[in-house]
Design a binder for this molecule. Structure first.
Ligand SMILES: [Zn+2]
Length: 309
């Protein structure tokens, strides 16, 4: 049987431009989608969100806060497309009624928190341009990190997942001691929390909603991190165990050197509600897009259960 025309490609490097085009096409095809921007990157690129559903149970899934983890954007965008397709035909997704999910929940998807960094790693910023050289200059201070494939940070060389006010001073102490005391391809916490527009946008977008749960998508390791400090949000461990079961990923504690200032850390601290970092796939970032099908199949259960548990 011929597969009907799909919008989101799962076999090419996924840039911010492709993302914007895909969102436009999905909106035209699926009129019930709501979209907008949570803010703009350092280089002025929009950071879009997509809302699926009209229910009171608000949840939020984000991806590509780290540049060389752009495969996570494809996971969320393909989920959006597959959900829409099933909803339109009144079909189920992962065994659950899309109508029921749509009426019960509002799923907010922020598929690419760091568009500037993603565009560097996916190769759409031409070499020997001013922008490219600015990334390159930062990376020259860290010659052991491959360029551009090892780049995780934003255009300013700040690691956006070390920008949140949850033990930020601890993160700073740890990362400075490791030598990340200035703009870097990864692991530089910045000169203060929320100095970067991408992190601030995610923070503000979270504050104006009432999220019951958040998923922060990263690569790699096939592991789910669920804890921050001594917080024990109700249902958090139980939901984490279900996520581990449906994905066959390992539920684990965050390594001590990465235990602070992440988005999910701040969410747990601020709301005492379930927040998860999901590390998809196995290998060296950026993971080859050939891993996409396995990653998607591993994660569809998490994406569906996240909206109804
Ligand atoms: Zn990451």
């Amino acid at each position: 049987m011929e597969e009907e025309n799909m919008i989101v490609p799962t076999n090419i490097a996924y840039t911010s431009c492709i993302l914007q085009n895909n969102i436009e096409q999905l909106k035209k095809k699926y009129r019930f989608l709501r979209t907008g921007n949570i803010g703009y990157s350092v280089l002025g690129k929009p950071i879009p969100y997509i809302k699926i559903g009209s229910g009171t149970n608000e949840v939020m899934y984000s991806a590509s806060i780290h540049a060389n983890e752009w495969i996570t954007s494809v996971v969320l965008m393909k989920f959006v497309e597959n959900f829409c397709k099933a909803y339109e035909k009144n079909e189920k997704i992962y065994g659950y009624s899309t109508r029921e999910i749509f009426n019960k929940s509002s799923i907010y998807i922020v598929p690419m928190v760091n568009p500037d960094g993603v565009d560097l790693v996916t190769g759409v910023i031409p070499e020997n341009t001013g922008r490219y050289n600015q990334f390159k200059d930062i990376s020259l201070n860290f010659p052991s990190i491959p360029f551009p494939s090892g780049w995780k940070a934003n255009f300013n060389g700040v690691d956006l997942n070390l920008q949140f006010p949850a033990g930020w001073v601890n993160a700073k102490r740890i990362k400075y001691a490791q030598g990340y005391n200035k703009p870097a391809p990864r692991d530089f916490v910045g000169y203060g929390p929320l100095t970067e527009p991408e992190a601030l946008a995610l923070y503000n977008f979270t504050l104006i909603h009432n999220f019951r749960l958040i998923l922060a998508y990263h690569s790699q390791g096939q592991v789910i991190y669920w804890k921050y400090a001594d917080f024990l949000p109700e249902d958090s461990e139980e939901i984490g165990k279900k996520f581990a079961e449906v994905s066959s990923y390992t539920l684990d504690l965050t390594p001590p050197e990465s235990a602070y200032a992440g988005y999910k850390d701040w969410f747990i601290q601020e709301y005492n509600r379930p927040g998860y970092t999901i590390e998809v796939g196995l290998g060296t970032n950026p993971l080859p897009i050939s891993q996409f099908n396995k990653i998607y199949n591993d994660n569809i259960g998490i994406l569906v259960l996240g909206a109804i548990l």
